[in-house]
Design a protein around this ligand. Sequence first.
Ligand code: C2E
Ligand code: MG
Ligand code: MG
Ligand code: MG
Length: 274
Amino acid sequence: RAKTLRSGGACFYQTEMDASVRVRRRLAEDLRSALADGQLRLFYQPQVELATGRRTGFEALMRWQHPVRGFVPPAEFIPLAEESGLILTLGEWALRSACAAAAAEPRMGRVAVNLSPLQFLQPDLPQTIATILAETRLPPGRLELEITETILMQDQERAQEMLGQIKALGVQVAMDDFGTGYSSLGTLRAFTFDKIKLDRSFLREIGSNRQAMTILRAVLAIGQGLGVPVLAEGVETEEQRALLHAEGCAEAQGYLFGLPLPPEELGLRGSAAA
Ligand code: C2E
Ligand code: MG
Ligand code: MG
Ligand code: MG
C-alpha cells in the first residue's frame, strides 16, 4: 500500500514508522524500571483435569501495569525484554515469585512458569533454578517449566544437554504452543516432555473445520502413544470442554475454567479447598 502513495504519503508513512519505533524504544526503556517500581506482577490461571474437573495447578503469566499506558500485554513487552536481554532479570524474578507463591500455598498445586529462549541459552540456568527451589523450599515436582520449540531448534545437542540438566532437578517440562512452530513432530521425536500444551489456535477452528478436528485427534493419539498428557489451551466454551473430554484430552486451561488472576483473588484460602 505504501507504494501507491505519492511522496507526501511516503513521507507520512516514514514518520509513522519512526513513531512506532520511538514508542517501542520508549517502552523498552520504561520496562527497565518497571520491576523495581512494582509495575510487574504475576497472575495465575488454573489448569484442570478434564476427567474429574479437578484443578491440577496454575500457569504464571506476567502482567505490566504501565503508569501512563495502562495495561501492556505480554505479547508486546516480552519481545522487547527478549531483545534487550532484560528478560533474564524478569524471567528470574518470575521464577522466584511463582515458586515462592506456590511454596506458601500448597493448595496451588503445580505452578507452571514460561521460559524465554534467551533464558534457555544461559549455561547457568539449571543452577539458577536449583538455587530458587532451595531458597523457596518448593518441592521440585511442583514446578513446571514451559518452553516453546523455537527454544530447542537452534542447537539440538546443547538443548538436549540443557533439558537433561533441568529434568535432573526433578522439575517438569511442558512443550508450550504445540503445533505453531515449524517442526513440532521433529521436536517431539528428539525431546521428552512431561506435557504437551496444544496451542489455542487449534480450538478456535474445531467445530467449523474438519482438518482441525482430524489434527486434534492425531495430536491426542501421539500424546497417548508417547505417554505424554496433552493440555488444551484456550478453552472458552462448554462445547469445547465436552468435546475435548470425549476425545480423551487429559487437561485444559482457558477462560471457561478461570481467567489469569492475581494470587490474592485465586480463592485458595479458607475452608473450601478445591
Ligand atoms: P502462553 O504461555 O501460551 O500463555 C497462554 C496465553 O493465553 C496467556 O496470554 C493467557 O492469558 C491466554 N489465554 C488463556 N486462556 C485463554 C482463553 O480461553 N482464550 C484466549 N483467547 N486466551 C487465553 P498472555 O497472558 O497475554 O501471555 C501471552 C504470552 O506471553 C504467553 O503465552 C507467553 O508466551 C508470554 N508470557 C507471559 N508471561 C511470561 C513470562 O513470565 N515469561 C515469558 N518468557 N513469557 C511470558
Ligand atoms: Mg505458557
Ligand atoms: Mg501457550
Ligand atoms: Mg500461546
